[in-house]
Design a protein around this ligand. Structure first.
Ligand code: SF4
Length: 447
């Protein structure tokens, strides 16, 4: 592990330097950070952006018990027993969250869902769930961020604002780097931003196209038609997209002329009118463009390991999120098996929330129902969700106190290095304990 210790002038504290640490604050999962650690504090995070710096430097060990049962301190073993009892007795348990923990923990969470006959869902269902559905229907022409860095000469961002959400996206992967086939970096690339408003990212664009709100689907189909050489009515195009036909014709010419085109898309596309139909249109456009040149697309993912959650749930059940295992085999049906819908309809009778805060951001009916059922919460921080939990575990933070694996937004797995130890257990240890106990309670299996 790339860790070295350096003595400081003050002999009472030692400066530890962790090289090539990984930031898990956003889906860029930058793995080139140099951390300076003094005791249980990170004092410097070299190369991290403003969001990553805040993530590392504001990290503090929570001064509260590792386990609370009904708000009272308890041992971790007692908490595991109570959690296993709640899930084993439930007729319709729900497991939700998973986007801010390691792949190793996600894997155990899916095992628990399987043993408990539970529903399992991740925060993907409230961000790029529509893309997950579109991938199932259309497929995805894709590549790694390394290929974008080395080859991408036309970079389109659609409904995505990386300047604010992924501050190192431009400099590390998509716009500024000098690559093997783009040796002059930014000068060799054209950047196009399509959005309903002029975001901070628009300043970085060579071409900014402002479309009418809720008209992404129409705009994408205009491009699909132009790619096929179909004649369009200029008035209709202007009415449907808010931009004249010439703007789209110009964009299509640039797309066809590119050697390696990339479309990054965000929640401005997936969570507006059309949702999965928008994502399908964009995936289909990317596929169409491969008749002329190499073209790929990629969702810009938010949470540090939400891509890991998609991967793990997919390689364990065949589906990326919103999966029901109640019949002993996986069933996928967003809307029916997604956490916010299950809770809003009052269906789940118990839940386990891992590294997520639905009590703060789900709809009121969903929050009301969650407050009325016994649930388990695992989180490094105290949140509205942990405060209402029957069993609340304070856990160590992945990527700072816990090693493991996280998937970057391009599905590349990255190792996590630790800065210092936490007095709290990892969620992996707790989940393994719950899994073992559920096997015993439900099936009499000892491991
Ligand atoms: S871009 Fe994202 S992963 Fe990279 S340092 Fe900033 S917050 Fe962390």
């Amino acid at each position: 592990m790339a860790t070295e210790s350096t003595s400081k002038n003050d002999a009472s504290s030692e400066l530890k330097i962790v090289k090539d640490a990984t930031c898990t604050f956003c889906g860029c999962v930058c793995d080139d950070i140099e951390l300076h650690v003094e005791g249980q504090h990170i004092t410097k995070a070299k190369k991290a952006c403003v969001l990553g710096t805040a993530w590392f430097l504001n990290h503090e060990i929570e001064n509260r018990p590792s386990c609370l049962i009904e708000g009272k301190p308890a041992s971790v073993d007692e908490g595991i027993e109570r959690a296993a009892q709640i899930l084993a007795r439930s007729r319709y348990p729900l497991i939700y969250g998973l986007s801010d923990t390691t792949v190793e923990s996600q894997r155990v969470a899916v095992s628990i869902a399987d043993w408990a006959g539970s529903n399992i869902d991740t925060t993907t269902s409230v961000c790029h769930g529509p893309s997950g559905m579109a991938f199932q229907g259309v497929g995805e022409v894709t590549c790694s961020l390394g290929e974008v860095r080395n080859r991408g000469d036309l970079i389109v961002f659609w409904g995505s604002n990386p300047a604010e959400s992924h501050p190192r996206h431009f400099t590390r992967y998509s716009l500024m780097p000098k690559g093997m086939f783009v040796p002059n970096g930014r000068k060799d690339r054209t950047c196009v931003i399509v959005d309903v408003r002029k975001t901070k990212s628009a300043k970085a664009a060579d071409l900014f196209i402002q479309i009418q709100p809720r008209k992404d689907f129409e705009a994408l189909w205009v491009l699909r038609a132009l790619a096929q050489g179909i004649e369009l009515d200029p008035e209709q195009v202007q009415h449907d997209t808010g931009q004249p036909l010439e703007v789209w014709t110009d964009l299509m010419s640039r797309m066809k002329a590119a050697r390696f085109g990339v479309i990054f898309f965000g929640m401005g596309l997936t969570m507006t009118r059309g949702k999965h139909a928008n994502s399908e249109a964009l995936l289909a456009l990317t596929r169409d463009m491969n008749r002329y040149t190499r073209f790929v697309c990629k969702p810009n993912r938010g949470h540090g390991n939400v891509t890991g959650a998609d991967n793990v749930v997919t390689w364990r059940t065949g589906y990326p999120f919103g999966v029901n295992l109640g019949r002993g085999y996986p069933r996928f049906n967003p809307g029916e098996y997604t956490a916010s819908d299950i809770l809003a309809r009052g269906e789940a009778d118990a839940a386990m929330i891992i590294a997520s805060d639905p009590a703060a951001n789900f709809s009121q009916p969903a929050r009301n129902h969650l407050a009325n059922i016994p649930y388990i919460a695992l989180d490094p921080k105290e949140t509205p969700t942990t405060r209402g939990a029957a069993v609340a575990f304070s856990v160590a933070t992945y990527g700072i106190n816990v090693p493991g694996t996280a998937y970057r937004m391009d599905d590349v797995p990255i190792s996590l290095r630790t800065a210092f130890d936490s007095p709290h257990p990892s969620d992996y240890e707790i989940l393994k304990g719950i899994e073992k106990r559920i096997r015993e309670l439900k099936f009499g299996l000892a491991t």
